[in-house]
Design a protein around this ligand. Structure first.
Ligand code: HEC
Length: 195
C-alpha cells in the first residue's frame, strides 16, 4: 500500500468513526431512553458532569468585576436581604421557613446559600447571580437588575451566612432605625433630630 493510500484509509476511518458516534448520539436522543423528569435526582455521572462544568466555568469567567469599595456597608447588606427575600429565598431558602413548592421541585436543587458552612465569595457569586447557570433553574438576574443591586445581594449572602431567623426578619422587615441598631453592623451615626 502506498503512503497516500494509507493516509486516505486513516482519514476515511476517522471520518466513519465520527459519523457513527454522531448517529449513535442522535439515536440515543430520539429514542427517548434518557429520563429528563425533574421528579427524581440526576444520575450521579450527569450530576457530576453538570456541576463540574459549572465550577470550571465559574472559575474561568468570574472575578473580572470589581466589587464596590463599600460592599459590606449596612445599607448594602440590608438592601441585599430585601432582594434575597423577594427573589431568591423561594429556591435558596430562608432560616426556619419551609422551602417553597418551586424550591422543592427543581432539579438540581438550589444550595442553601445562608447555611453557616458556605463561603459565598462575593466576586464569584456576583458572576453567577448576574449570568445564571444554564441547564439549571438559576436565572440570570443581570438581564433585569443593576450591578449595584447584584453586589448588594452578593454582600448579603457573604456577610450573613448562618444568619438567625430573628436577624433575617429584622434585615428584611425592620425599619431603618431598628435594623441598624439591632444587627450591630457598621452604619452611619443615627440621626437624633435634635440639632
Ligand atoms: C428558580 C430557582 C432559583 C432562584 C429564584 C434563584 N436561584 Fe440561585 N441557584 C438555583 C440553582 C438550581 C442553583 C444551582 C446551580 C447548579 O447546580 O450549578 C443556583 C445557584 C446559585 C448560586 C451559586 C452557588 C454556588 O455554590 O456556586 C448563587 C450565588 C445563587 N444561586 C444566588 C442566587 C440569588 C442571589 C438569587 C436571587 C437574586 C437566586 N440565586 C435565585 C436556583 C435559583
Amino acid at each position: 500500500m502506498s503512503l497516500r493510500t494509507r493516509i486516505a484509509t486513516i482519514v476515511a476511518t476517522v471520518v466513519a468513526v465520527f459519523v457513527l458516534l454522531g448517529a449513535a448520539g442522535l439515536a440515543f436522543m430520539y429514542s427517548g431512553v434518557y429520563d429528563v423528569s425533574a421528579s427524581s435526582r440526576d444520575i450521579p455521572i450527569v450530576a457530576k458532569l453538570l456541576h463540574g462544568t459549572y465550577e470550571a466555568s465559574l472559575h474561568r469567567h468570574a472575578g473580572a468585576d470589581v466589587a464596590p469599595g463599600d460592599l459590606l456597608s449596612f445599607e448594602n447588606i440590608r438592601a441585599g436581604a430585601r432582594m434575597y427575600d423577594a427573589s431568591c429565598a423561594l429556591c435558596h431558602g430562608a432560616p426556619d421557613r419551609p422551602l417553597s413548592a418551586v424550591g422543592q421541585g427543581i432539579q438540581p436543587a438550589a444550595p442553601s446559600l445562608l447555611s453557616a458552612s458556605r463561603r459565598n465569595k462575593p466576586e464569584l457569586m456576583f458572576w453567577t447571580i448576574k449570568h445564571g447557570v444554564n441547564m439549571t433553574a438559576m436565572p440570570s438576574f443581570g438581564k433585569t437588575q443593576s450591578d449595584e443591586a447584584l453586589w448588594q445581594v452578593a454582600a448579603f449572602i457573604f456577610a450573613e451566612r448562618g444568619v438567625s431567623k430573628d436577624k433575617y426578619d429584622l434585615l428584611v422587615h425592620g425599619d431603618d432605625q431598628v435594623g441598624s441598631t439591632a444587627v450591630s453592623l457598621k452604619s452611619p451615626t443615627p440621626q437624633t433630630g435634635k440639632d
